[in-house]
Write a protein that binds this ligand. Structure first.
Ligand SMILES: Nc1nc2c(c(=O)[nH]1)N[C@H]1C(S)=C(S)[C@@H](COP(=O)(O)O)O[C@H]1N2
Ligand SMILES: [Mo]
Length: 314
């Protein structure tokens, strides 16, 4: 059952972490799931999961991974617009104003427009996706996102047949984003995907996590989530989405092209010049884990890269 936008969900209806943990197996088996928030449907989902598990359904070992606690997801962040320390965003983000918010869709599309965020999200089902997230700095989390598939949005604006890439731009607002007053990156932060990556069903635009609207430090009110890529591809606080026929410049690639490629697929066999990518530290755990090819989503995404040398296109 799908309810509305996370913003519509009353705090009394927010699913507590314990219920999220019990719903996990079901979420993995279906790949996506039900709305965020309401406890009734969540319990229904748990019952379904139990039935499927007892009937001997194949269980993905990785389904046993625990969700990263809300506290860690919202206080250990990379969002350089607020500063370069992991604790800066949660400390400095309170004065940022994520509403009202407008998203410009332009470039090679049949329907370019400036959308009020509500209108942008409203036509789409807000789904919950529990994704493993992997930062290029070799730490990882498991996060229950709420969002809409990017491909639903793109189909609605109708990319031209000549479009091959999607470019994204973060808001430029140095008065509220103190990090933008210093030339740490070439502001505003930009990112991009190839059109097939953008249309992949795993790729979402997130509006919330743990059934609540995104907090500013996580990229309110709208950010990209691409679970098989390093975290820096997940651009936050998006104000513009542009369809183009050229690979768009991206903030980290411009800053250090030898360290951050355009593709940035999680790959334990291709090291970053400063960090091995073979293992990762799951936030909240002590022993390091092996990093999985494509962050564990290879069955679903590897075919998009079969003709590419992933050492060259890192
Ligand atoms: N605009 C913007 N988006 C950004 C970043 C940033 O500094 N600015 N950091 C990226 C990096 S490196 C990571 S790992 C993720 C972290 O997202 P989280 O803090 O919600 O976990 O956001 C990505 N999106
Ligand atoms: Mo990152």
């Amino acid at each position: 059952m799908l309810i509305g936008r996370p913003a519509d969900i009353r705090s009394s209806e927010i699913t507590p972490e314990g219920i999220y943990v019990r719903r996990r197996a079901f979420l993995r088996l279906t790949g996506t799931a039900l709305l965020a928030g309401a406890v009734g449907p969540a319990l229904g989902a748990t019952a379904c999961a139990a039935e499927e598990l007892e009937s001997g359904h194949e269980i993905d070992q990785r389904a046993q991974e625990k969700l990263t606690p809300f506290e860690d997801v919202t206080t250990y962040n990379n969002f350089y617009e607020f500063g370069t320390d992991k604790g800066d965003p949660s400390k400095l983000a309170a004065s940022f104003k994520p509403q009202p918010w407008t998203v410009r869709v332009d470039g090679m599309v049949a329907n370019p427009a400036d959308y009020a965020l509500e209108d942008f999200v409203k036509p789409h089902r807000v789904e919950e996706r529990v994704y493993r997230m992997r930062c290029v700095e070799a730490w990882s989390m498991v996060i229950p996102w709420n969002g809409i598939p990017l491909r639903d949005v793109l189909r609605r604006v109708e990319p031209a047949s000549s479009a091959r890439y999607v470019a994204f731009t973060t808001v430029l607002r140095p008065s509220e984003l103190p990090g933008q007053r210093r030339p740490v990156l070439d502001w505003p932060y930009t990112e991009g995907l190839r059109l097939d990556e953008a249309m992949h069903p795993l790729t979402i635009l997130s509006t919330g996590l743990y059934g609540k609207s995104l907090l500013n430090q996580n990229g309110a009110p709208l950010r990209l989530v691409v679970p098989w890529k390093y975290g820096f591809k997940g651009i936050k606080s998006i104000v513009r989405i542009t369809l183009t026929d050229r690979e768009p410049p991206t903030a980290w690639n411009k800053a250090a092209p030898g360290e951050y490629g355009f593709y940035a697929n999680v790959n334990p066999t291709v090291d970053h010049p400063r960090w091995s990518q073979a293992k990762e530290r799951r936030i909240g755990e002590f022993r390091r884990r092996d990093t999985l090819m494509f962050n564990g989503y290879g069955d679903q995404v590897a075919s998009m890269y079969s003709a590419m040398d992933l050492r060259k296109h890192y």
